[in-house]
Design a protein around this ligand. Structure first.
Ligand code: PGA
Length: 241
């Protein structure tokens, strides 16, 4: 099971001290099979990966520029620069970035560049509330996957994160039947051969044991609750133990 912490715009150097608890937890629970990936803001990738050097916890980034080359892109960072400072993963296509104007085509270019850099990609897809209400969920997921992964042959580095937009940060998770339907739609139609599917959106210690029973969920992408080591560990415990 994957437990990916998406810190969004949270955390400074002092915050990293809190992670000692999670490091200890990861070391003392080695017999259970799980992987923790922390995706902090770019400012913390280097210090965090140094701190996690002798642990099994890995580090990822939350976005990257689509160009593999250096260039005149003020304020941007590309995938190889992220790799260079210790990132092994990058989250791409997050709805908070799609809302800022990131298109399926741009996400496709980002994924290609991240593959070239040797990063693993956590590729986020998910419908809005309006799309769900108008029964467009499958259509939206299909479009996001087809366009996002267009002309990418080797998908071994791609992990899909199904994140219904209306579930992110709201405390509301999909009903069991709806989640089973969406995950199996993704799995059967598009990702039969791809390694993993995560669920993201308001995951917490109270809903983790329910969510883990959904077939074909290989882990969680966790926002708010991952900022607290205690809440994050609680979710892992509820899921794997
Ligand atoms: P949340 O965020 O857990 O706070 O809902 C999930 C995400 O945005 O990846």
């Amino acid at each position: 099971m994957y437990f990916v912490a998406n810190w969004k715009m949270f955390g400074d150097l002092r915050t990293l001290n809190l992670l000692d608890k999670v490091i200890k937890f990861s070391k003392t629970n080695k017999k259970h099979k799980f992987k923790i990936v922390y995706c902090p803001p770019n400012t913390l990738i280097r210090p965090l990966s140094r701190r996690l050097k002798k642990t099994k916890i890995e580090v990822g980034a939350q976005n990257c520029h689509h160009s593999y080359e250096y260039g005149a892109h003020t304020g941007q960072v590309n995938s190889s620069m992220l790799k260079n400072v210790g990132a092994k993963y990058v989250i791409l296509g997050h709805s908070e970035n799609r809302q800022l104007g990131e298109t399926d085509n741009l996400i496709n270019l980002k994924i290609k560049s991240a593959i070239k850099s040797g990063l693993k990609i956590i590729f986020c897809i998910g419908e809005t509330l309006k799309e769900r209400r108008t029964k467009k969920t499958n259509q939206v997921l299909k479009r996001q996957i087809e366009k996002g992964l267009k002309s990418i042959k080797n998908k071994s580095k791609i992990i899909i994160a199904y994140e219904p937009v209306w579930s992110i940060g709201t405390g509301v998770i999909p009903k069991e039947a709806a989640l089973i339907q969406a995950i199996s739609f993704i799995k059967s139609r598009f990702v039969k051969k791809y390694p993993k599917i995560l669920y993201g959106g308001s995951v917490n210690a109270n809903n983790a044991d329910k969510l883990k029973k959904i077939p074909n969920i290989d882990g969680f992408l966790i926002g708010g609750a991952s900022q607290s080591p205690k809440k994050f560990i609680d979710i892992i415990q509820k899921t794997i133990i």
